[in-house]
Design a protein around this ligand. Structure first.
Ligand code: F6R
Length: 606
């Protein structure tokens, strides 16, 4: 959410910054801008519009800062686009986060004669730095003093026309990664724009500042204490953040799903013993054996993964589980008694709501575990231990392969915790063997992409859509609806099939289609009854059925098949046709699949 990129080195900065912005575009596309050599160019819209605005403008200079905005304070406009400058156009700032006390600071600064050009909270940062410089501080001191004045969250980069060889970056609650090139340094919100230049990075922690020149870097905390931080190596290759011949990242990422499962389970199963081996949990294995209750926290797709996990963990590990969205968790009075563990699920590892839930759990002394895709991210670092998804970078704003990997990781965790408790070896072996069989089954589903495309064309003009499921596929229904909403802007609702009769059935008529997940599992007969109820109201039904089930063809208008698997693993297969259906509807409606309006990847504001 909001993307920052900065460069200082020996090359011309502008082309490097533009290329970096393209790689970061999934983080925000309301407006874009860059500043090189004390000159800013900004535009509404995404990188292409900025490129057009730049035209032949030569921005000469070997350092600069750039930004992609996801609007919080102030509409997407050129005035509100970053970089923001001080009154004298000397200091420039790009910012991701929210300055909570910006109104009060703005009033004070305005009273002191500062004139504001935008409605953003971020502009006060440039003005505060200016105020401290006017009072005699050098750039570095002025940045630190300004950061002490603000309350809220920031990941930022600062440049100054009078010190063109220096970039200053700082972090509080919004991620900042520093790329360590050869005679060059980079600053970014995540590693993707850095990968083309170097795989060596260091992550800033909250309250830290980095001062970067082409040849040197210095990291210190806001109180001035020097910080020495290990340089880490990013595992991702640059090809993983490219479309590689696919029309969209969303399609590429769905097509990667068989590999994703393989990568998530690689080296983590002992099928002969029916066990999971999770190196990331070794350090807390004894504490895990004593866990009496699990609270799962996540947002959006990660929350739905958590809901599937609840069924897995309760049925097979015998541990009571509650699942909650991160944005609500800490606003009630969560009670995490001894023996409660918090399990946070997050693709980006940066979601502010989830992160705050972890911090609350830690304050209460609970063990915190993460299922996180992004290595080195804040959630990965702040949890006590965890399982990396190994899904590779997810660029499409709508989460697809990450969901598959989250479910797979939850199945591994269930196996791990279950075998620590009462799960028999036979059950463990069955789960392990079925996990190993999933990639092939998933490949088989993906072969049906043409049929799903045709199905999408038949339903693309529906205005509303209902998704229903029960038990393990209760959450799958909500995830299917979320995918459709996000990428097609159609009204879609998830509903527990058993809840239909308590209200939602009233919406059903011949124009309101339902996607019913009706696999041959323990709730199959109930699902059939729910489909009958919809058909009796003339609602069109697309049924998701188990291969070989001929009994749904008469009942439903359309049937999509997935191979049989264990009920607990069935959401991993069932969600794939729902993802493809949403994708093809979005394409058929001519929408921007990878960058749905109003959204951005990695939600680092609360
Ligand atoms: C949906 C989607 C979002 C994210 C949510 C949590 O397609 O992408 O709902 O799942 O913002 O993000 P992470 O997993 O990064 O914490």
């Amino acid at each position: 959410m909001c993307g920052i990129f900065a460069y200082v080195g020996e090359e011309q900065a502008a082309p490097i910054l533009m290329e970096g912005l393209s790689a970061l575009e999934y983080r925000g596309y309301d407006s874009a801008g860059l500043c090189v050599g004390g000159r800013c160019v900004r535009s509404v819209g995404a990188v292409e519009q900025l490129r057009a605005r730049l035209g032949d403008t030569m921005l000469a200079g070997k350092s600069g800062i750039a930004h992609l905005r996801w609007a919080t304070h102030g509409e997407p406009s050129e005035q509100n686009a970053h970089p923001h400058a001080d009154c004298g156009q000397h200091v420039f700032v790009v910012h991701n986060g929210i300055i909570e006390n910006f109104r009060e600071l703005r009033e004070k600064l305005a009273a002191a004669g500062h004139r504001f050009a935008s409605e953003t909270d971020s502009e006060v940062l440039a003005r505060l730095i200016e105020a401290h410089r006017r009072a005699g501080a050098d750039l570095e001191q002025a940045v630190c003093l300004a950061l002490k004045d603000v309350r809220g969250t920031y990941g930022l980069a600062v440049s100054c026309a009078e010190e063109p060889g220096t970039i200053i970056a700082a972090r509080m609650g919004a991620p900042i990664v520093v790329g360590m090139g050869e005679r060059a340094h980079f600053v970014a919100s995540d590693p993707s724009p850095i990968l083309a230049h170097t795989k060596h990075v260091l992550y800033l922690e909250d309250g830290e500042v980095a001062v970067l020149t082409a040849k040197a870097h210095r990291v210190f905390s806001l109180d001035g204490t020097k910080v020495s931080r290990d340089v880490e190596t990013i595992e991702w290759g640059v090809e993983q953040i490219q479309k590689s011949g696919f029309d969209h990242f969303m399609l590429k990422e769905i097509m990667e799903e068989p590999d994703v499962i393989e990568n998530t389970i690689r080296g983590r199963l002992i099928p002969g013993q029916g066990r999971a081996k999770l190196g990331g949990l070794d350090s807390v294995a004894e504490r895990l054996a004593k866990v009496k209750r699990i609270v799962v926290v996540g947002c959006g797709t990660a929350f739905y993964a958590g809901q599937v996990g609840e069924y897995m963990l309760e049925e097979f590990a015998g541990i009571p589980v509650e699942v909650e969205v991160g944005s609500e968790f800490r606003y009630r009075t969560p009670i995490l008694e001894e023996g409660t563990m918090l399990l946070a699920i997050s693709q980006s590892g940066e979601t502010a709501d989830t992160l705050e839930a972890i911090r609350e759990a830690k304050r209460q002394g609970a063990l915190t575990i993460g299922i996180v895709n992004t290595v080195g991210s804040t959630i990965a670092r702040e949890t006590d231990a965890g399982i990396y998804n190994h899904a590779g970078p997810e660029i499409g704003v709508a989460s697809t392969k990450a969901f598959i990997s989250q479910l797979t990781a939850l199945a591994l965790l269930t196996l791990f915790l279950g075998r620590q408790r009462t799960m028999s070896e036979a059950v463990g072996k069955r789960i392990a063997n079925e996990l190993l069989a999933l990639p092939l089954k998933l490949e088989h589903i993906l072969l049906q992409h043409d049929e799903l495309c045709a199905l999408a064309l038949r339903y693309k003009d529906a205005r509303d859509f209902l998704y229903i499921g029960r038990k393990y596929n209760y959450a799958t229904a909500f995830e299917g609806a979320l995918k459709l909403k996000e990428v097609s802007y159609l009204h879609a609702e998830g509903c527990g099939a058993g809840e239909m009769k308590h209200g939602p059935l009233a919406m059903i008529d011949k124009n309101f289609p339902t996607f019913a997940i009706a696999l041959q599992d323990s709730v199959y007969e109930k699902m059939r009854s729910n489909i009958q109820e919809i058909k009796a109201r003339r609602g069109p039904v697309v049924a998701l059925a188990t291969e070989g089930d001929t009994g749904l063809a008469d009942l439903a208008d359309d049937v999509v098949f997935v191979p049989p698997t264990l009920e607990m693993l069935s959401p991993i297969l069932a969600v794939v046709p729902l993802q493809l259906f949403a994708y093809y509807i979005s394409v058929a409606r001519g929408l921007n699949v990878d960058r749905p309006r109003n959204l951005a990847k990695s939600v680092t504001v609360e």
